[in-house]
Ligand binder design. Structure first.
Ligand SMILES: [Zn+2]
Length: 103
């Protein structure tokens, strides 16, 4: 791993590693869920992994599986409350393929 890649992987100063506590509504061992700024719909949510990565798809296998499970739990709660939801992550790819079905 190049020095700049190692430095990026060890960052903890981004807005998801140190989120605004007023926006965080759930914390789990694999991730956090926070209210999205400029909500597009009620319950608009951003989920982020506990590990600093540029996208959830960069998480190693087990961590990705745990994060996807976490995100699915949050999605389920949002659907219970709002009937549907819009959930995203801040990264280069969306969570379109949750877990083993990802392509
Ligand atoms: Zn981070």
């Amino acid at each position: 791993m190049a020095d700049d890649e190692a430095a990026e992987a060890n960052r903890t100063d981004c807005f998801l590693c140190n989120p605004n506590g007023a926006l965080v509504f759930h914390e789990g061992s694999a991730g956090i869920a926070l209210a999205g700024l400029g909500p597009i719909v009620d319950g608009y949510t951003v989920v982020a992994s506990r590990q600093h990565v540029s996208s959830a798809t960069d998480l190693p296998g087990l961590a990705l599986k745990s994060f996807c499970t976490y995100a699915e739990q949050i999605r389920g709660k949002l659907v219970e409350i709002y009937g549907s939801c819009l959930m995203t992550e801040h990264g280069k790819a969306g969570l379109c393929g949750m877990g083993d079905d990802a392509q």
